[in-house]
Design a protein around this ligand. Structure first.
Ligand SMILES: NC(=O)c1ccc[n+]([C@@H]2O[C@H](COP(=O)([O-])OP(=O)(O)OC[C@H]3O[C@@H](n4cnc5c(N)ncnc54)[C@H](OP(=O)(O)O)[C@@H]3O)[C@@H](O)[C@H]2O)c1
Length: 318
């Protein structure tokens, strides 16, 4: 199917994977006003309104894409357990590399554009200033390696694509660093947090809203406009901090009736993990700001808004 360049489109059909995940859940809401969204969630989920799709099955994935015949495939689904990936290499590869390959192939076949998400962990962390999209990836762990393979598969799928690399995702909902810190800070008197890994904590909602903004810009201009801008883009909060700095900022904004843990900064060597992580993985987001005029706010401002939600939820739960 050939789409004439610069033909405006009305309500695109959007196939969204991973709607139960932290980014997928936000995308579901952000994309709904733009078109008809068909949501899918992983096989472990019973999510109201989402179809179950096991992305580790190429046949099921192909069937669904052919049935939905989307204009866009938006793919935040992934294997995201960074440490466990070291021991579950084939499952991580199936979800992070093979599934995107199948989606990209099917997207090209039905004339859809694929929007795929990747990670700062494709870099080895040896840089000392923010990574641009041109910098050669060199992942340190299985998660990063399989995500890089997924990027390469999407790039060679034969159709138009956007690969949006983000970092340190969190939100008021889901399992993430913020929810872990809030839970542990109530249970323990002291928390030792790594202070020599630097990145940009990024609110999943802002990545979802930026994605919707990019697709919305294309609506009056046509998919050809977007296809001419296909490529890899970095999309994170502005600024950077360490995990310790992030934890301190979280607890500094937390309202709690119970006393919260004291934080102690430690080096990575004192907190050995199964997977190695980059020391520095700040991404330079200039390209997305220039091409699509999307720039996410500073991480501290995002955190202010997320903690308002968290504090409200905690007040209700207390
Ligand atoms: N989390 C981060 O810090 C971070 C940082 C940088 C980039 N990213 C990237 O951003 C994207 C979104 O991450 P996230 O944190 O939102 O992930 P997440 O919360 O872990 O969600 C992952 C999603 O993938 C789905 N999934 C897992 N196995 C599946 C399967 N076999 N078939 C179908 N779906 C399956 C999950 O469904 P179930 O709920 O059924 O398991 C879930 O909806 C990913 O591409 C990730 O690599 C994440």
């Amino acid at each position: 199917m050939t789409v004439p360049p610069h033909t405006p489109y009305a309500r695109p059909r959007i196939l969204l994977t991973g709607a139960s995940g932290q980014l997928g859940w936000e995308l579901w809401r952000a994309l709904m006003p733009l078109g008809d969204v068909v949501c899918t969630a992983g096989p472990d989920q019973v999510t109201g309104g989402a179809e179950i799709l096991d992305l580790s099955s190429a046949a099921a994935t192909r069937d669904l894409v052919r049935r939905v015949a989307p204009d866009f495939i938006v793919n935040p689904a992934a294997y995201t357990r960074v440490d466990q990936a070291e021991d579950e290499i084939s499952l991580a590869r199936a979800l992070n590399a093979v599934a995107p390959a199948v989606l990209a192939e099917e997207a090209a076949r039905c004339g859809a554009m694929i929007v795929h998400y990747s990670t700062d962990y494709v870099f080895d962390g040896q840089a000392s200033r923010p990574y641009s999209e041109h910098y050669p990836p060199s992942p340190l762990n299985v998660y990063g390696q399989t995500k890089l393979e997924g990027e390469q598969a999407v790039q060679s799928g034969g159709g138009p694509y956007l690969i949006l690399r983000t970092s340190w995702l969190y939100g008021a909902r889901g399992n993430n660093f913020l929810s872990t810190i809030m839970k542990l800070a109530r249970r323990q008197s002291e928390l030792r947090i790594v202070d020599d890994q630097t990145g940009a904590p990024t609110w999943a909602r802002q990545v979802a809203e930026a994605t919707a903004q990019i697709l919305a810009q294309a609506a009056p201009l046509g998919r050809g406009w977007l296809e001419e801008r296909a490529g890899v883009y970095h999309l994170t909060a502005a600024g950077s901090t360490t995990w310790f700095g992030f934890a301190r900022a979280i607890l500094g904004r937390a309202q709690s009736s119970a006393p919260l843990a004291r934080l102690v900064p430690i080096p990575t060597v004192d907190f050995p993990t199964r997977a190695s992580r980059p020391t520095y993985s700040v991404l330079d987001c200039t390209k997305a700001a220039t091409v699509f005029r999307v720039a996410l706010s500073p991480w501290e401002e995002q955190l202010d808004r997320v903690m308002e939600e968290v504090n409200q939820l905690t007040a209700v739960a207390d």
